[in-house]
Every structure is written in structure tokens, then in C-alpha cells.
Design a protein around this ligand. Structure first.
Ligand code: FES
Length: 158
């Protein structure tokens, strides 16, 4: 069930569009911002508010790789696996992240702090390998730089 805050946020978005369904991505983002990910009940209620079927809204949600339909950690690490970053060292950087966090791509650390997700280009191709955590973009990644970044998020060095 949508919270009052989620309902109000979606209703406010609906006023910006001639057709309700045009607000579908914003509605999903509102739910995700408040819960961390989009559960089935939120999707159901949002679909009703948007005049869409659950299947239609789920199709939108699963099309966008930054709308999460499964639980994620408090910090989602989006690591670029597109060509420039791949050439510049995606594999060793990704392997280092996996070793440090003890997770493979698509998984969440045991303490629920980090989820590691490979994504297409982050627009930092001239500074590959690159990754984002929240709104922070990190480029020119090396294993040493990753250790320093993880420490910023409270992850202890080995
Ligand atoms: S290819 Fe990695 S940021 Fe563009």
C-alpha cells in the first residue's frame, strides 16, 4: 500500500501530464526513493493511480535498469562495463570490488550495505574505468582508488 507521502508525490506528478500514464517513471522513482526498491504492492497501487495494468507498469519498471524490482543495498555501485571502460581495465576493477565486498555482480553484501550492478556507459568514458555510487561519479579506477572510495563509505581495508 502506498504511504500518504508516496500518494501525494504521485498525485502531484500527475498534474504535470495530460495523460496519467506519462507519469509512470516518476511514480516508480517516488516509490523507490521512499523504499529503496519497488515492491509488488507499490507497483499495484501506482498502476491503479496511473490507469495502467500492473503488467504494463512492471514492463516499464523492468525496462529501466535504475528502477529496482528486487531489494538492493543501502549503496548501489553502478560499474560501467561498456567498451571504453572495459578496455581501460573493467575486469580487474570489478574483480577487486567483488573480492573486497565478497559479492558478484547483481549481489548485495552480507551486511546489506552494497549492491554491485554492471551498467552501460556512465558518460565518463575518458576517465574509465568508471562507477557511480549514489550521485557520485568515480573515474580512473584502480584497486587502490577503490579501497579509498570504499573507506569513504565506512568499508574497512583488508
Ligand atoms: S564506456 Fe564507461 S563511462 Fe562510457
Amino acid at each position: 500500500m502506498l504511504s500518504d507521502q508516496e500518494k501525494q508525490g504521485i498525485e502531484a506528478e500527475l498534474e504535470n501530464y495530460e495523460h496519467k500514464r506519462a507519469a509512470c517513471v516518476e511514480a516508480l522513482k517516488i516509490i523507490q526513493r521512499s523504499r529503496g526498491w519497488v515492491q509488488d504492492d507499490g507497483l499495484h497501487d501506482a498502476a491503479l493511480a496511473l490507469g495502467m495494468t500492473e503488467e504494463e507498469l512492471d514492463g516499464v519498471a523492468t525496462f529501466y535498469n535504475l528502477i529496482f524490482r528486487r531489494p538492493v543495498g543501502r549503496h548501489v555501485i553502478l560499474i560501467c562495463n561498456t567498451i571504453s571502460c572495459w578496455i581501460m581495465g573493467y575486469n580487474p576493477v570489478r574483480e577487486h570490488l567483488s573480492r573486497r565486498l565478497e559479492i558478484e555482480p547483481g549481489e548485495t553484501s552480507a551486511d546489506g550495505r552494497f549492491t554491485l550492478l554492471p551498467v552501460p556507459c556512465l558518460g565518463a568514458c575518458d576517465h574509465g574505468p568508471a562507477m557511480m555510487i549514489g550521485n557520485e561519479l568515480y573515474g580512473d579506477l584502480t584497486p587502490g582508488r577503490i579501497d579509498a572510495i570504499l573507506e569513504k563509505y565506512g568499508w574497512e581495508s583488508d
